[in-house]
Each structure stands twice: as C-alpha cells, then as structure tokens.
Design a protein around this ligand. Structure first.
Ligand SMILES: [Zn+2]
Length: 273
C-alpha cells in the first residue's frame, strides 16, 4: 500500500467559460522549473486566464515578460509594502514605462502589511500613497494588499480617492463589516483559498455577503493553497477548490460563478476574455 495521501480531486467545471486567477506570482522561484506546466494545468482545470502580479521593479519586469510570452497571462506592476523603501523617483518612472504594455491591466500590489513589518510603517504609507496617485493618473485599477491594516487602508483610500478605475482588495481577509466598507468605496473583493479552511468562518460569512457583481477569485500562488493542499505550494489550477466553496456559499453552480466572476474581471480590468 502506498502511503501517499489521496487528496480530493479538482472539482470539474462543465462549461466553456473558465475562471480567472486574479492574483498569482508566476515569476517566483517556486515556479521556475515548471511554469509552463503550471499554466497548462490551470487551463485544463478551467482556469483559462491568470493575472501575474508585480511586487517590486524586478518582478514587475518579469510579470511583463511572462504576459508577453503567454497568451492567457496578464500582468500588473507595482511595489509591495515589504519593498516600500525601493519606491523612489527612478523605480516609479520605470514602473510607469512598464505599465504602457498593452497587457498590464492594473497597478499593484500596493498597500500596508502590519503582520510582518519588513519595511518601516512610514515608508509603507509613503509608497502606498505615491502609488495610489500614480495609478490614478494612469487610470489603472489598483490591487490592494491589506494585511492586518484594514482601518489604516480604509482611511488612506478615503483621503486619496475616489478611484474611478476601481480596484481589488486582494486576498480579502476581513469580516462582513470590513467587506462592507471596501464595497462602499467601490472596490471588488478577491477571495483566496483561505475560505476553504474549516475555521475561516468570518471569511466565509463575509464572502457570502459580497454581491456577486463585486466578487473575484484568486490563488495568491505560490502561497495560501486551499484545502486539500493547505501548506503545499499553491498554483492556479487549485482555484477550483476555492471556487467550489464560494459557489456553495452563494448557493449557485460552479459554472454560474465562472460566468459572473469572469464578467467582473472583464469589466474591471478591461480585458476581453
Ligand atoms: Zn500577492
């Protein structure tokens, strides 16, 4: 007998309309050896489109490289709060230049991370504010990284907004009340694999409360794999586990959820799927 754990197979999507993984880091080391396989496994599972996210200048360049090589990959550019000290006039000028690529669909991920203070908070706030204004000038939607900083981010968004091109609260981690605040500011909420965890009751309740036309799905791969792969490397194909849970919370079929969330991506990121 093999000791290998038998995991629940991927849910089957029975329609031509696939899902979009709105947040993945395809440029990261953990995909170096098999990024082509990762993309084709996603496609076979029904995740036809992947947005790969920049976290600093180098990874933004790689994201643009990846979207140029793969027809179903789109990119974003920006400086993650961990790398806030690298946000200066020179990096910003280069990010602006990169953002002109036709497959760059948003600015980010940008925001505040209070969970791991890798960068001084003053630098994080400064980088966040500069990039919010830049995104606004470029008329690009914003991808927000909010880790244990809900109130602070909401205050900054209110002060710096409005943001006519909209944006995404990536890896949404708040409860129903926080969800409402972001929705009131006009943002879409992107639900990660965490929603499949047994104890994520607040997130499940919040997810159920988000109107379908403001809902998006993501893996945040290689991080945060959903059940039954919790703790392993995440990849876009696993989005199906998250989708199954979200469809259940909204009491709709997987196919209907694919249709709605793909339409949301098209509306917000201005891409034709
Ligand atoms: Zn990310």
């Amino acid at each position: 007998m093999s000791k290998k754990k038998k995991r629940k197979p991927l849910p089957l999507l029975q329609s031509a309309c696939g899902f979009v993984d709105t947040h993945c880091h395809l440029d990261m080391d953990r995909y170096t050896d098999d990024v082509d396989d990762v993309i084709s496994r996603a496609k076979s599972a029904g995740v036809g489109t992947i947005i790969t996210i920049g976290i600093d200048l180098a990874s933004s360049k790689e994201a643009v490289g990846l979207c140029s090589q793969h027809q179903n990959v789109y990119a974003t550019v920006g400086i993650h709060p961990h790398y806030a000290p690298t946000c200066n006039a020179s990096t910003m000028a280069q990010l602006r230049e990169l953002s002109k690529h036709p497959k760059v669909v948003a600015f980010g991920e940008i925001g505040i991370n209070r969970y791991k203070d890798y960068a001084p908070i003053a630098d994080q706030i400064k980088a966040f504010t500069i990039q919010l204004q830049c995104a606004k000038e470029l008329n690009l939607p914003i991808i927000i990284h909010d880790r244990e900083a809900h109130a602070e981010i909401i205050t900054i968004l209110k002060a710096q907004g409005p943001f006519p091109a909209g944006g995404i609260i990536h890896c949404f981690s708040g409860d129903k009340t926080v969800a409402r605040k972001f929705l009131d500011l006009g943002f879409h909420l992107s639900i990660p694999g965490v929603v499949t965890f047994k104890k994520a009751l607040d997130l499940q309740e919040a997810t159920a409360s988000v109107p379908l036309n403001r809902l998006l799905l993501e893996t945040d791969g290689p991080f945060l794999a959903p059940e039954p792969y919790r703790g392993k490397r995440n990849e876009p194909a696993y989005l199906l586990y998250t989708a199954e849970k979200v469809a259940m919370l909204h009491n709709i079929s997987l196919e209907k959820l694919a249709e709605i969330t793909s339409q949301n991506v098209q509306n917000l990121l201005q891409i034709k799927l």
